[in-house]
Design a protein around this ligand. Sequence first.
Ligand SMILES: NC(=O)c1ccc[n+]([C@@H]2O[C@H](COP(=O)([O-])OP(=O)(O)OC[C@H]3O[C@@H](n4cnc5c(N)ncnc54)[C@H](OP(=O)(O)O)[C@@H]3O)[C@@H](O)[C@H]2O)c1
Length: 320
Amino acid sequence: MEGENTKPKILIFGGTGYLGKYMVKASVSSGHKTFVYARPVTKNSRPSKLEIHKEFQGIGVTIIEGELDEHEKIVSILKEVDVVISTVAYPQFLDQLKIVHAIKVAGNIKRFLPSEFGCEEDRVRPLPPFEAYLEKKRIVRRAIEAVEIPYTFVSANCYGAYFVNVLLRPFEPHDDVVVYGNGEAKAVFNYEEDIAKCTIKVINDPRTCNRIVIYRPQTNIISQLELISLWEQKTGRSFKRVHISEEELVKLSQTLSPPEDIPISIIHSALAKGDLMNFELGEDDIEASMLYPDFKFATIDQLLDIFLIDPPKPARTAFE
Ligand SMILES: NC(=O)c1ccc[n+]([C@@H]2O[C@H](COP(=O)([O-])OP(=O)(O)OC[C@H]3O[C@@H](n4cnc5c(N)ncnc54)[C@H](OP(=O)(O)O)[C@@H]3O)[C@@H](O)[C@H]2O)c1
């Protein structure tokens, strides 16, 4: 029928979260009928949750309230959609096995993207707290492969705004910046809006079915020291560099109480050791900026300009 929306319908778990909100907006703005499966708003919910629900409803998102163990409810909503994206956080990683099971039962889902969006977890071996974190993501990967539902695993590398806030702290007055390790290892910083927009391209692309897609644009590879210098040029300020050595980071990962041992181990891996760039991409790898040459990821320079004009708020993903 003329005017009918034939684009795949997308269901997002974790859509009210940090990455989820970008994903929902990218899905809606690319014309997909978008559904969000979220826990119900109750009198104990944070006020921002109600705001998010209202905002989503205002842009035409259908919110289905439920818990991740409501199997029948999840199967019935799955039957209404084509693609499922999960952006749940660490405490719910293994709950995604329930989503995997429901997708298998529903039998109609054309693509599932589990909550990955970080490093390529099959190619890094970080410190134990981060390793245990990644192991949960790997368990979900292996379960998806075992039940043979169509998938894409997205390795988005560092969320740009999230990590700029961690490293440069534009949200507070300060004269120092912490440099993790010697500051020379390279990392990849991608703006969250682009990660979400690119992911919506990925779900529509037959070339990415049952594949890992790595977001590693050449323009977005930078070391901490280079990032700090660039920020100094833009702000006209200079910051004292305070180094925390790799050895100190290892020690912290062993002495901090859980869950604080996780973020420090992530920093050790991504920033001090440079794990995101410690493996070459081969002919068999799919890298997003090569796959979509017309899609322009905001460069790091442009990302810092966003911080000068309208700084994204600092955030912290859930670790417990
Ligand atoms: N690459 C990077 O730099 C980077 C940085 C941060 C995170 N990440 C990754 O990004 C992904 C998403 O993380 P995020 O920080 O966006 O997540 P988040 O904001 O911490 O949480 C996502 C959603 O999980 C839901 N949730 C929370 N507690 C729950 C519970 N008990 N039961 C069911 N649902 C619950 C909430 O939705 P409702 O309240 O609506 O149910 C919440 O909005 C993860 O895979 C994480 O590892 C990557």
